[in-house]
Design a binder for this molecule. Sequence first.
Ligand code: ATP
Ligand code: LTN
Length: 327
Amino acid sequence: MERILSAIKPTGKLTLGNYIGALSHFKDFQDQGESFIFIADLHALTLPIEPEDLRNNSRDIAAFYLASGLDPKKTTMFLQSSVSAHAELNAIVQNYLYMGELKRMTQFKDKCSKMADTAIGMGIFAYPVLMAADILLYEATEVPVGEDQAQHVELCRDLVRRFNHRYGEILKMPKAVVPKVGARIMSLTDPSKKMSKSDQKGDIFLLDDPKTMRKKIMSAKTDMGPTVTDDPVGKPGIHNLLNIYASLDGTTIEEAAKRFEGFRYGEFKKAVADKLDEVMIPFRARYDQIIADKSYIEVLRQGAERAREVANKTLRKVQEAVGLLLI
Ligand code: ATP
Ligand code: LTN
């Protein structure tokens, strides 16, 4: 049976990129095996964040998980910081990943290339180590993520090979599951940059009202030429909007490109905004209903109990394998 695990870090308000690349897929995995979806709050501390923002973002993500159709009977939902085994396994596995490997991570380079060494916290550098611990504790076989996180899962796979070669078949080999469409949604104001929640105003946030979302789509940066054709290199803005449309509609980019071939940009953008309304208005209504009743947070408490059971078992196995005296 598959074990599914993923997480979102509560660094800001969720974007359409988070929804399309990750959140909207989680519920599809619920019936394929045992599923663990958590809030990566320790990862959110890797760049400066206000305590009150961290708390609010964490509550928000829990509500978004439920609004996206995650069922607590099928999916264990919890906060990373509620399960101390994450930090404990992190302390062990950090010794099997190397500085050179961590320095090569694209996310680290993107986030820190313009920062002075004296300003880069250890946590952002060691981010993939904790992420590997997250994955390994639950013996996850499938890790649904957007494209930007696939490299971290690859590194976790290297760690498993290395560790198991040394100690025997202790750790389970995970694999990233990246959606075929929508794995990398780009910014609407600059289609050469990934849409990301810690970034700029042009991006669509899941809590934007429908009017604001429409305005952002209608003013998205487009390309030369008056009508729609799919050309990822020559027309990155249009390609991104086709990607958004196709993901929300559940079709392929080719299919969407065929449907809108020759449309003028304004008409096409209107169709994208209509599609966004169709998906986001009911989603937002479910979110509003959930957030209005504070008791939903209880789901995280119960989830943490189940998560601890599973995580502590793996942790013990690893502690024993490396020679820690279990007394
Ligand atoms: P931050 O800006 O704080 O780095 P983020 O918006 O990149 O955050 P994460 O918490 O790192 O979001 O990612 C949560 C999930 O959403 C991950 O699986 C990630 O791959 C996915 N994701 C994030 N941005 C996009 C995007 N633009 N397109 C598709 N998937 C995305
Ligand atoms: N790094 C991920 C969040 C994350 C995660 C994980 C995803 C933390 N631990 C384990 C999958 C599996 C991100 O989305 N930025």
